[in-house]
Ligand binder design. Structure first.
Ligand code: NDP
Length: 337
């Protein structure tokens, strides 16, 4: 069967494509530019993939052109492409036209092409953002981020509205939808295109973050995220469901400690102190950007992964392994020296 992977140049997408090719699927990847396509093919080849069954086509999330052709003959779609900027635009709704508009383009073209199942890469930011101060700290797949909250990032708004649009598009149609909601994705990079995910680890290793807030993030290994995408596509019982993907939550100091334990020679460069919460809370009153960071300060929040473990058969690599593997790849690729 032929599977369309959107945004093949991305960190997550290349791992999804690798997993699909290894399992014998034919893969058609979309990219925005020919150069990006060549780079993705080279990265997959270097990672040991047999790329004979890999086809690459051009399509942009902001443009109708190319999607009909991209979807022709596909049985499944892995829609991973979405803007993931390193710094967040001030306008809360700035990323919505691309993220939601792109998801609608892909979903409508998939429906028209008779695709059996669409798998969407959403995020945990579509689950727990904008619920600060909620009495129940436990988040499950029943939760959606509150886009009305002033303490929600533009990225979280875009992911939430894109995911909601996908659910609305498949309702009452024959096309199935399964959604993955990964937390911060770490793990090995396949090539020198690091993407936003690697920013945090790279900045820590370069000594750029001497101080960090007491923020806490779920961490998941990209290899597990790829496996979950394939399971969400193959397993009949995954249709119509969302799956939170996280191996556990770590504070930024704990992420730094894991890096120091794996690469002791980097210890002098790693974050050594924590910015007091009060300072972040104060900054949150004057800057919306600090406000979105403040929402990561909640140390009580838990993310329930029962659905992924039971519904997708996931057994997550530890956050420490994901952190170590990402650092190892940054060093191997010469992105950090
Ligand atoms: P990357 O930035 O590496 O990948 C994003 C992909 O989206 C790239 O291929 C990019 O293309 C593509 N893209 C962006 N804008 C457009 C557009 N207008 N038209 C077509 N393609 C576009 O990020 P990740 O691999 O980390 O992210 C992949 C998905 O996973 C995203 O949906 C992201 O929201 C989600 N996610 C990521 C997490 C993480 O921690 N990494 C956590 C949770 C969810 P190009 O290379 O041309 O820019």
């Amino acid at each position: 069967p032929l599977v369309l992977v959107t945004g093949l140049s991305g960190f997550v997408a290349k791992h999804v494509a690798r997993e699909l090719l290894a399992r014998g699927y034919a893969v058609r990847g979309t990219v925005r530019s020919v150069t990006k396509g060549d780079e993705a093919r080279a990265a997959l080849s270097a990672a040991g993939c047999e790329t004979g069954r890999l086809e690459i086509v051009q399509a942009d999330l902001t443009d109708d052109r190319g999607w009909g052709e991209a979807l022709a003959g596909c049985r499944f779609v892995q829609h991973t492409a979405s803007p993931f900027p390193a710094s967040q635009p001030r306008d809360k709704f700035a990323l919505v036209p691309v993220a939601k508009g792109g998801t609608l383009r892909v979903a409508e073209a998939a429906k028209a092409a008779g695709v059996e199942r669409l798998v969407l890469t959403s995020s945990v930011v579509a689950v727990y953002h904008g619920h600060d101060g909620r009495a129940d700290p436990r988040f499950t797949e029943a939760d959606f981020s509150n886009v009305e909250s002033p303490r929600i990032s533009s990225y979280a708004v875009s992911k939430t509205l894109a995911e909601r649009a996908a659910w609305e598009t498949v309702e009452g149609t024959g096309m199935e939808l399964a959604v993955l909601n990964p937390s911060l994705v770490l793990g090995p990079l396949m090539d020198r295109d690091p993407g936003t995910s690697a920013d945090l680890v790279a900045m820590m290793m370069r000594g750029r973050l001497p101080l960090v807030p007491a923020a806490r993030f779920g961490v998941v290994d990209v290899r597990d995220v790829a496996q979950a995408h394939v399971a969400a596509m193959e397993r009949p019982e995954a249709a119509g469901r969302r799956f939170i993907l996280t191996a556990g939550q770590r504070t930024l100091r704990e992420i730094a400690d894991a890096l120091g334990n794996a690469f002791p020679e980097f210890r002098p460069r790693l974050p050594r102190a924590t910015v007091p919460n009060a300072l972040i809370e104060f900054a949150a009153k004057v800057s919306r950007r600090a406000g979105t960071l403040a929402s990561e300060l909640d140390q009580r929040r838990t993310l329930d992964t029962t659905a992924a473990r039971e519904g997708l058969g996931m057994d997550f690599r530890s956050p420490e392994e994901a952190i170590r593997a990402m650092a190892e790849s940054l060093l191997r690729l010469g992105l950090v020296r």
